[in-house]
Design a protein around this ligand. Structure first.
Ligand SMILES: [Zn+2]
Length: 290
């Protein structure tokens, strides 16, 4: 079916060389941007706004693919995520936002700070939390700059630092107060009945239910060093840091009683230790105020 072009009110507004069309209900006015800009700051402002680019048409194409049930578009980069999620949030497309968010986890792994900023910008609470947890695997210093910091208020970065610091403090406590350790099941770390050569000068460790042991020197040393590292990187992986464990093994193998057992025993212990660190930091709340 052919559609008649809208009627024109005057030949003045029908110049083929005109570069802008003002469309009202049923009527098109062909006009010159330069004349309108001179005439009106309103139009001047409108024409200096960013015009649609190939970037935004890519975003629209991807967005439409997310709307289409037959497509499973894959988002390759965080820039692409931002490009697509922005209009999806703006136009309140909850289902599309949900499909985009389903792909977010890999970006948290790849670039947690950038992901944190983007998740905060678009008020994705779960993703903000997950990114903050991921960032516990890195020390706060040296500070890293990412361009997405421009997207968030200073409060969002402050909250992240507070969370990291509180987790660090709590994780450090796991390595310095041993109430969570059932020392009777860790008799192997005890100097005395099994191993005399690793005695720690009589230093005792008090564990769960006030049980006390005289712990082996290399284990005490390991716990001291781990406490420092946990303050910086408060996560389970820290207690299994290969460099730290190698150092511990090198100390332990100097003892004829410990050398054949340290590997297996520490494997089991660090598993429990890591779980306790994770359990403790999970109780710290990230303050998200949206
Ligand atoms: Zn020993």
């Amino acid at each position: 079916m052919e559609v008649d072009p809208p009627p024109l009110v005057s030949p003045l507004f029908n110049d083929a060389k005109a570069d802008v069309i003002l469309r009202t209900v049923g009527v098109d006015f062909r006009m010159y941007k330069s004349l309108l800009s001179l005439a009106s700051p309103f139009f001047d402002g409108m024409f200096t706004l960013p015009q649609p680019t190939s970037k935004s048409s890519r975003a629209v194409e991807k967005l439409l693919m997310f709307c289409h049930p037959a497509h499973s578009p894959v988002l390759e980069t965080l820039d692409e995520v931002r490009l697509v999620i922005e209009p999806a949030v703006k136009y309140d497309m909850a289902g599309v936002v949900q499909r985009i968010v389903m792909q977010f986890a890999k970006f948290i792994d790849q670039a947690p700070l950038r992901a944190y900023c983007i998740a905060w910008q678009f008020k994705l609470r779960d993703q903000v939390q997950q990114a903050a947890e991921h960032l516990l695997k890195q020390p706060l210093l040296p500070r890293r700059f990412v361009k997405e910091l421009d997207l968030i208020p200073a409060t969002a970065l402050h909250r992240l630092h507070e969370y990291h610091y509180s987790c660090g403090k709590a994780a450090r406590a796991v390595a310095t107060a041993f109430g969570w350790i059932d020392v009777s099941s860790y008799i192997r770390f005890e100097a005395g009945p099994v191993c005399y050569s690793c005695s720690n000068g009589g230093e005792t460790v008090t564990g769960y239910d006030n049980q006390s042991i005289s712990a082996r020197s290399w284990w005490v040393e390991y716990m001291r060093e781990t406490a420092v590292l946990l303050q910086e990187r408060p996560c389970g992986a820290t207690v299994k840091d290969p460099e730290l464990l190698n150092k511990t093994f090198r100390r332990a193998v100097q003892c004829r009683d410990c050398k054949d057992r340290v590997l297996m025993e520490m494997q089991e212990f660090t598993g429990d230790f890591a779980s306790e660190v994770e359990r403790t930091t999970a109780m710290i709340t990230l303050d998200i105020d949206f």
